[in-house]
Ligand binder design. Structure first.
Ligand SMILES: NC(=O)c1ccc[n+]([C@@H]2O[C@H](COP(=O)([O-])OP(=O)(O)OC[C@H]3O[C@@H](n4cnc5c(N)ncnc54)[C@H](OP(=O)(O)O)[C@@H]3O)[C@@H](O)[C@H]2O)c1
Length: 269
């Protein structure tokens, strides 16, 4: 029975990962979320399911992840097959959207801890469980973002999402470091770009109308100018495509940065 941990499964793309994996009767799925009681969409999605577990942890708070690893280990007998890191603090602000530099610094530091160290913490704490899986490929997937790539920001004339883009760029490097470190153990660690995904259906109450509008405009423009790979899509379609990629990952894929279509990620030209 393959086991999956989806880190950041309360809403958005992570929730959809949880839904699609939980629908696989032969899988055990762990939804790792920082606030189980407040994860309203997840709590609807788990109703009636037997093969799922909700585990509390905050990716910026390492001791909570150590506790989560113990819980998962208890259920699976000490193993985990696939780690899918989705959690991120999606901040739309650019450098000019702060009242002063102290405010900017504070939000950037919090965002760095969540988005850049965020993947480092769960990968580190779940490694002993992932290592037990001796017979097949051990998989670590970290979701990436176009905003993390210089050329993407230039082409889209995208000055906003500054803390987000900078911290996701660091996450790309973190994933590559794990790929290098673990390659001799048969691991496949990849960055996977979900494309533009309309997560407004499960967005948190704190998202404002200006941000919603910006995402919609971005998605329209990307589809019109850059074609299908950059078109806004639904969580269902994006995750279905991503799972096909994850299912097929093999050791030679280790270290790649992939699109949801399975190609190596590149900015539009
Ligand atoms: N949507 C897109 O178009 C798009 C495009 C490119 C890349 N991505 C990437 O895809 C991933 C998911 O994005 P999304 O659009 O689904 O975002 P989202 O709807 O804002 O969801 C973010 C998820 O991360 C969780 N999270 C945030 N901070 C956390 C923490 N400290 N500990 C644990 N969980 C935490 C949130 O949980 P709470 O409910 O507790 O806040 C939520 O489940 C991100 O890595 C993002 O960079 C998305």
């Amino acid at each position: 029975m393959p086991s999956y941990a989806v880190i950041g499964a309360s809403r958005g793309i992570g929730l959809e990962y949880f839904r699609q994996l939980a629908a696989r009767q032969d899988s055990t799925v762990f939804a790792v979320v920082r606030n189980p009681a407040g994860s309203a969409h997840l709590n609807v999605a788990i109703a009636g399911l037997q093969n799922v577990h909700v585990v509390e942890a905050d990716v910026a708070d390492y001791p909570t992840l150590e506790h989560a690893a113990r819980e998962i280990s208890y259920v699976t007998g000490g193993k985990l097959d696939v780690l899918i890191h989705v959690a991120a603090n999606v901040i739309m602000k650019g450098f000019d959207d702060y009242d002063n530099m102290d405010e900017l610094d504070a939000e950037f530091m919090v965002t760095y801890k969540t988005n850049a160290l965020g993947p480092v913490h769960p990968i580190t704490v779940f490694l002993p469980l992932l290592r037990i899986r001796a017979s097949s490929t051990r998989k670590i997937v970290v979701l990436s973002a176009g905003a993390a790539e210089s050329k993407f920001n230039l082409i889209f004339e995208h000055a906003r999402m500054a803390a987000y883009g900078m911290s996701k760029a660091a996450a790309l490097i973190a994933t590559t470091k794990f790929a290098v470190k673990l390659k001799d153990e048969g691991f496949v660690a990849v960055s996977l770009n979900p494309g533009f995904v309309d997560v407004s259906g499960t967005r948190s109450a704190s998202a404002n109308d200006k941000d919603r509008e910006a995402i919609a405009v971005f998605g329209d423009r990307s589809a019109a100018e850059f074609g299908a790979t950059f078109a806004l899509t639904s969580p269902e379609a994006s995750v279905s495509a991503q799972l096909k990629i994850i299912d097929g990952l093999k050791p030679p894929d280790n270290g790649l940065h992939l699109t949801r279509d399975g190609a190596e990620w590149a900015p539009p030209s």
